[in-house]
Design a protein around this ligand. Structure first.
Ligand SMILES: O=C(O)CCC(=O)C(=O)O
Length: 208
């Protein structure tokens, strides 16, 4: 009933974890969706990752720049991280923290959430750098769960991420468990031309 009646406010959700609703303009979101489509045309494609235990992730992903495989980064780069995307990551850190802190991402993980896809609680711990993780959301709204660094359980804070939202987690929140327990299917603005949800995370791997 109250949805859309009140502006969504910028918030520091936890120390070092900043949510900036609607950071990307509608035009920028459309450009990013088009770019994500292009990234998947080859040689990279969106694939479900098979975990070492045999589980298969429900999201479909691709990696620009340094390749992530469970649970490490490969030395090889199949497709480089575009400079414009790294620059957007720097802008994002400056927006969240007031300065970009020299953020120099060398990898972007692009996740596509189709029907029923979600992401379990996990830590982004394969990076050797303590630089923040920048997350950009496009398409359907979701619940993003920001937990703690001790384990997958409570306490956690649920944040609703919508298309165009920026979420940066660094500092004390850099190593917290986090996940996406729910995506609200069909909530994307039809003018975006995306069915489902895309999430781009930019990271510094800390590898030479
Ligand atoms: O989809 C999201 O908002 C989070 C993605 C994520 O946790 C990850 O790529 O490690």
């Amino acid at each position: 009933m109250t949805e859309g009646l009140f502006p969504r406010e910028r918030a520091v959700v936890a120390p070092g974890a900043v949510h900036v609703p609607g950071w990307l303009t509608a035009a920028r979101q459309r450009e990013l969706v088009a770019a994500c489509r292009e990234f998947g045309r080859g040689p990279l494609t969106y694939r479900q990752t098979v975990l070492p235990g045999g589980g298969v992730m429900s999201v479909r992903s691709l990696c620009l720049g340094r390749q992530w495989v469970p649970y490490r980064y490969l030395d090889s780069v199949a497709v480089g991280l575009p400079d414009w995307l790294a620059a957007l990551g720097r802008e994002a850190v400056a927006e969240a923290y007031g300065a970009d802190g020299g953020f120099a991402p060398d990898t972007a993980l692009v996740n596509f959430y189709g029907d029923g896809a979600r992401m379990g609680m996990h830590q982004d711990r394969e990076e050797r750098s303590g630089a923040p993780v920048v997350s950009l959301s496009l398409g359907d709204r979701c619940v993003f769960r920001l937990g703690n660094s001790a384990g997958r359980g409570r306490p956690w804070t649920d944040v609703e991420l919508a298309s165009g939202d920026l979420f940066v987690f660094g500092g004390e929140s850099r190593w917290v468990y986090h996940g996406v327990p729910r995506v609200f299917a069909g909530t994307a603005d039809p003018s975006l031309g995306l069915t489902g949800r895309l999430n781009i995370t930019l990271r510094e791997t800390g590898r030479s």
